[in-house]
Design a protein around this ligand. Structure first.
Ligand code: TRP
Length: 339
């Protein structure tokens, strides 16, 4: 990771849609990296409530009720508000204004080609009821990234198309202005690009009910692990099992520090003689150990709303200045009047 930070002045932006408490997919895909990045880079973490509304327009409470959960999750995993700026998307009007400006140079057909959005439209079965805001959220994300002049975006693999689209906008705006006002960026994918849900069906996602949250209780974790998708053909311990698509092994790869042991377990499983229950018991131990301190810290934080609010407010005030400055530069470059 450090190879991205050699110049010592990288600006990192990450964000999360506020649509539920954060889960292991967020942790392994991005949160863990953020804890490292904050020590070496200027890091902004955006609580993307506006983006959360793009597919919750008629149920805004599904977004607002989770804000404090997400801040508590951040702090509980070790994100330090003294080292990272935590800010709220809806409190930063420059982001919406940049979005409006960028929308004019992005075609509808380009938006429809974005593979992540395409997939989400199908998955959520939106078809004719697709909200305009949802189709255009990659442009709002480009506004987020460029407003902070971020050059690094730590994220999951599903965010690659967003970065590609962001960089197209950067090139176009810079060429319109004739100066490199916007900074291009690259994604840094976490050690596991995409963590499957516990059912093995796809990405871990609250709407699919296949998550293990950072706030899950010990019982919930155990239940989720013991009902994990493995190899449906592996019906008795003695016979050989498959590890491809076997969620327990994907999670062991992601969360077990002892890589040599995982390799040995995989070989044993494939040979036959290693039962699913043993593998699950081991994974359960690892996840319990990882999540217990996070859960305890989080439980304390969630009771201190005044502190959480202060973190959001201070970070957002700082971010407001930074993003407004970038908006002014873009407006000036495009010949708009700054009053
Ligand atoms: N799309 C991201 C998610 O689904 C959230 C997000 C919004 C984001 N703005 C961003 C991520 C800017 C990185 C950079 O969680």
């Amino acid at each position: 990771m450090n190879k991205y930070l050699t110049e010592n002045k990288s600006i990192v932006l990450t964000g999360d849609r506020i649509t539920g408490p954060l889960h292991l997919g967020h942790y392994i895909g991005s949160l863990q990296q953020r804890v490292e990045f904050q020590k070496k880079a200027t890091q902004y973490i955006l609580m993307a409530d506006m983006q959360g509304l793009t597919d919750n327009g008629s149920t805004p409470e599904k977004v607002s009720k989770f804000l404090f959960d997400v801040v508590a999750d951040y702090l509980a995993v070790g994100i330090d508000p003294k080292l990272s700026t935590l800010c709220l998307q809806s409190a930063l009007p420059a982001l919406s204004e940049l979005t409006m400006l960028y929308l004019n140079i992005v075609t509808v057909s380009r938006l429809e080609r974005n593979p992540t959005v395409k997939h989400e439209i199908l998955q959520k079965n939106l078809s004719r009821s697709l909200p305009a805001g949802f189709l255009t959220y990659p442009v709002s994300q480009a506004a987020d990234i460029t407003a902070f002049s971020a050059d690094i975006v730590p994220a999951g693999e599903d965010q690659l198309p967003m970065i590609e689209q962001t960089n197209e906008i950067v090139t176009k705006i810079n060429s319109l202005i004739g100066q490199p006002v916007l900074t291009s960026c690259k994604v840094v994918v976490g050690q596991v690009g995409r963590l499957p849900g516990t059912d093995g069906s796809g990405k871990m996602s609250k709407s699919l009910g296949n998550t293990i949250n950072l706030s899950s209780t010990a019982d919930e974790i155990k239940k989720a692990v013991y009902s994990m998708y493995t190899d449906p053909q592996h019906i008795d311990v003695a016979s050989p099992g498959h590890i491809e698509g076997n969620v327990v092994f994907t999670y062991l790869d992601a969360f077990c520090q002892d890589k040599a042991m995982v390799t040995a377990m995989k070989a044993h499983y494939q040979r036959g003689g290693l039962g699913d229950m043993k593998c699950k018991a081991m994974l359960n131990d690892i996840l319990q150990e990882l999540l217990q301190p996070i859960r305890e810290k989080r439980a304390q934080l969630i009771n201190d709303k005044a502190y959480l609010l202060q973190v959001i407010k201070e970070g957002s005030d700082k971010a407001k200045e930074v993003t407004q400055q970038k908006l002014d530069e873009v407006k000036r470059g495009l010949g708009l009047l700054i009053l």
